[in-house]
Design a protein. Structure first.
Length: 161
């Protein structure tokens, strides 16, 4: 993809087997990027299960030939407001497609879909030292949510991060 090429972003709410396979390939690279062992088959099964059960919603960025990035979202009940918000669980762009607007295009597509659904807000999290992601999110209008602590309780092997 060159700097002049536009990326197409779309929501794959009911993915075909080929789309799941293509998404699993890039999702597995994302997992590997964060230190997990490569396992395309398990990635495919996990994605298929969670997307088909509507626990996750997948947005993919395509350069016309293949998936070059994705964002995984989920809708979360907002109990105090009796409404809902969206959480971006994962966002990844292949290294050769970074700094070309793919991440921004994914964020814009997710924002538009969340707004259309009536979501109160969009939330996400990233590592404190992920400067590139923090710049992207700040440039896209996200602000640091001060006053909250992120806590975790590990529940055995399946719950480990």
């Amino acid at each position: 993809m060159s700097r002049g090429t536009r990326v197409c972003v779309r929501d794959i709410t009911t993915p075909t087997p080929d789309e799941i396979e293509a998404l699993a390939e890039i999702f597995d690279r994302y997992r590997f990027h964060y230190g997990e062992a490569s396992d395309v088959s398990r990635s495919r099964d996990w994605l298929e299960q969670n997307i088909n059960a509507r626990r996750l919603r997948a947005f993919v960025a395509e350069d016309g030939r293949s998936f070059v990035g994705f964002a995984m979202t989920m809708e979360v009940p907002a109990s105090l407001r009796l409404a809902h918000f969206w959480q971006i669980r994962d966002l990844f762009v292949l290294s050769r497609h970074r700094r070309l607007g793919v991440g921004r295009a994914l964020l814009a597509a997710v924002r538009a879909a969340a707004t259309a659904s009536g979501a109160l807000r969009l939330v996400l999290q990233t590592e404190e030292d992920n400067e590139a992601a923090l710049r992207l999110y700040a440039d896209s209008g996200y602000t640091l949510n001060k006053g909250y602590a992120s806590l975790m309780l590990t529940l055995g092997e399946a719950g480990e991060l």
